[in-house]
Design a protein around this ligand. Sequence first.
Ligand code: SOE
Length: 396
Amino acid sequence: MSLSDINAGVLGVGFIGVAHVEALRRLGVNVVGVVGSTPERAEAKARATNLPRVYASLDELLADPAVHVVHVASPNHAHVDQARAVLAAGKHVVCEKPLALTTEETSDLVRRAEASGLVHAVCYNIRFYPLCHQMRAMVEAGAIGEPRLITGSYLQDWLLLATDWNWRLEPDKAGSLRAVADIGSHWLDLARFVTGRRVVEVMADLHTLVPVRRHPAGPVETFATTTGDEDLIEERMASDDAAGILLRFEDGARGVLTVSQVSPGRKNSLTLEVDGSDSSVAWFSEDPEQLWVGHRGRSNEILQRDPSLVDPDVRGVIGYPGGHVEGYPDTFRALFANVYADVEAGGPSPEPTYPTFADGHDAVCVLDAVRLSSDARRWVEVERSTGGAGARAASR
Ligand code: SOE
């Protein structure tokens, strides 16, 4: 099957659902339809943003034999049942992060996905900034020596005000962790992808810095602001606006991660630095075309994203020549290009560079340990058994 014969449907018409549709269209995949939280909302969004046909429900989308791949871009709590239904219908699935709310759910999804022979991916798109692939290639080739210190942050400000609102603030939809699950999990996935090392133990301090919020009765889209004219409902908050997390990686590397969605001026700001025994590499998502390479005994370097300057294996994720700046939407295009190469081939390749359901499960295992560590105020070991035992307090 060639790319232009593949039909995709997208579940979710919010900020991220629309990003999926745009990236698929750039690749030449036919997006045959979308499903929204209600048909009315989906119709309105479809008219405003030129989306294709609106299906009345996921069942209607799944019953369409023309659909080969379904993208799940709905709120977190819906992922597990929707991804199960997509697999049961024999269709390939691309799911937004976090894959599900608990390790029981994610391990069940891994089992089903692996048994199905279908392509399964989780949308940790930040890996697909070309210079993140370059960092990984450099670490793998030993260019920085042994990675020893892995540090950084993921900061935003769109939930700073007490009147900022979104489903991510509702634990029944988002899960008990918020900023760490929503954006911290991107950083954790990236750190693992770049260094090839898994987090084995965490010591986390979760903060709720805006303890009371006021919100309208209806939904507010991601990154949108309320008008202030609505009748507002007051609500006490328990989930994390911000967190500080100490990390221990396998092979002994240590790390520190700061996460916040209440940092004024930080719009969508991820930094990752890997300090090795010989050199360091550092990358910043709001200046994504440059990779800093640090040395002790000679001048530091800036590597620009340019196909002729990067590792040959990285060229495949670059869409434009150097100087033609690539950014956030391009990461979805590059991620989906890899996923759809497997769809074209009929099933998952043995070692995909895109995140699979197994990576989605791994991320939720780390999130579980973060929550337990903050509650227990101690180091917690990451429990990865696929039986979904969660995490247990490490003996210290
Ligand atoms: C909101 O925090 C959000 O849209 C995340 O959900 C995405 O995963 C991230 O890429 C951008 O910010």
